[in-house]
Design a protein around this ligand. Structure first.
Ligand SMILES: *Cc1c(COP(=O)(O)O)cnc(C)c1O
Length: 425
């Protein structure tokens, strides 16, 4: 095909040829990704039809938001799709961290203990839990925390987990995605095995899964293998790129009711919360999410292929199955992380002329560099890359509302590394 437009965007022929070469090697995994998307499209469609989503659901309410049928039906749709008893899906959940904090603080009381059996949780949870001191942390409210690290090969330390569960253990948090770590992301099947192990030891413990970045990458979600709650952000996978803000928690009714009370107020709970005018975007985004996630997954596979060829350590590797949309690439230096982000930013539809620089971000201990030129500020289902400036200088690449755009982003990242002499082609 005519390559002129790509040259006009600033891509070198060597980079385009490398891309063409990699594409040939990854067609099979694209077929698998499309199959998963088709299945999940059917799942979402059925959930919408079963709950009789109609035109009135797409309007919205203001004020208290009493009898907001759009909001209540959307919560039912999420619950059905994820095979959960109930869900809380709200624009008032400001981000993923907030949704996780609500789920935790609603279900842990003074004297209870929380356990992470998969090592250190996501960076922003350190203040929420109180691993790092912060006002209003769970620790301040008398909730203790325990952690069992993964074994050196990335597997669960079943012996250690058994030992750590005690009479105080009330809630166990499993983070599905790797976050800013170089460990594998867990499959839903693996999470299910861990949950059955835990429930054999303590049947009444609440298992909560941080599901961020995992939704629709497989045909089942952790609620379908025994998780009592799953939690995620609407400016990641399930928002499909259209949700302008929000988060969700889905799971056992008993747990979700408490989350409603925590988010609004005891007694008031689920009955309030005006959805204003964003319901249409939340529904349409959820409807598109399986396809958008598929595009992002293809971009991640493509990035793995290209950077593996260029000699970098990539996680997951090209041939590995995927359980989230994140591709980490060990770039080895702050310089290379900056060049990579410059490329992703240069491929963005918004703010493409900006050069990302590392900066401190609330909730993170190292400086973080972020490239995101998105329609929704900070949205990481859109083409984006980020990472803390620390060893092993790994960049976490994700998103792309369409596969075509994700591909352009990856090619542009290579272009910037090439221009700065940080790779040889
Ligand atoms: C994104 C993410 C979160 C929450 O982050 P926010 O930026 O607050 O939305 C939590 N856990 C994991 C694994 C994540 O990827």
């Amino acid at each position: 095909m005519d390559k002129e437009i790509y040259c006009q965007l600033g891509l070198d022929k060597r980079v385009l040829d490398l891309g063409d070469e990699v594409i040939k090697e990854i067609r099979d995994s694209f077929d698998r990704i499309d199959e998963i998307a088709e299945y999940n499209q059917a799942k979402v469609l059925k959930a919408m039809q079963d709950n009789k989503v109609d035109t009135s659901c797409l309007t919205g309410t203001n004020g208290y938001g009493h009898d907001d049928i759009g909001r209540d039906t959307l919560e039912a749709v999420y619950a059905s799709c994820f095979n959960a008893e109930a869900a809380l899906v709200r624009p008032h959940l400001t981000c993923g961290t907030h949704a996780l904090a609500v789920a935790l603080s609603a279900n842990l009381l003074p004297g209870d203990e929380m356990l992470s059996p998969v090592g250190k949780p996501y960076d922003t949870l350190e203040e929420v839990i109180g691993i790092k001191d912060c006002a209003c942390s769970l620790k301040e409210y008398g909730v203790t925390y325990r952690q069992v690290d993964l074994l050196p090969d990335g597997s669960f330390d079943y012996g250690g987990i058994k030992e750590a569960i005690n009479e105080k253990t009330k809630l166990i948090e499993i983070q599905r995605s790797k976050g800013y770590q170089m460990r594998p992301t867990f499959s839903v099947e693996q999470i299910g095995e861990l949950i059955s192990f835990i429930k054999k030891i303590k049947p009444d413990v609440i298992v909560m899964v941080d599901n961020c970045y995992g939704e629709f990458t497989e045909i089942i979600e952790p609620t379908e293998v025994g998780a009592d709650m799953i939690v995620g952000s609407l400016i990641k996978n399930p928002g499909g790129g259209l949700a302008p803000t929000g988060g969700y928690i889905a799971g056992k009714k008993e747990c979700i009711d408490r989350c409603h009370y925590r988010l609004s107020a005891p007694g008031v709970g689920q009955d309030v919360g005006a959805s204003l005018h964003i319901m249409g975007s939340l529904y349409q985004g959820f409807f598109l999410a399986p396809t958008v996630v598929a595009g992002a997954l293809k971009g991640a596979v493509f990035a793995a292929g290209i950077y593996e060829k260029l000699g970098f350590n990539v996680l997951p590797g090209l041939g590995e199955t995927r359980h989230d949309i994140i591709q980490s690439i060990e770039l080895g230096s702050a310089e290379a992380m900056k060049a990579f982000c410059l490329g992703i930013q240069a491929a963005a539809p918004i703010d493409s002329y900006i050069a990302p620089v590392p900066s401190p971000i609330p909730g993170y201990s190292d400086e973080v560099i972020m490239a995101v030129g998105a329609f929704v500020q900070g949205s990481s289902i859109e083409l984006s890359a980020d990472g803390p400036i620390r060893e092993p200088y790994a960049i976490y690449f994700q998103g792309g509302l369409t596969w075509a755009h994700a591909k352009l982003g990856v090619l542009m990242s290579v272009q910037k590394l090439l221009e700065k002499d940080l790779v040889k082609i």
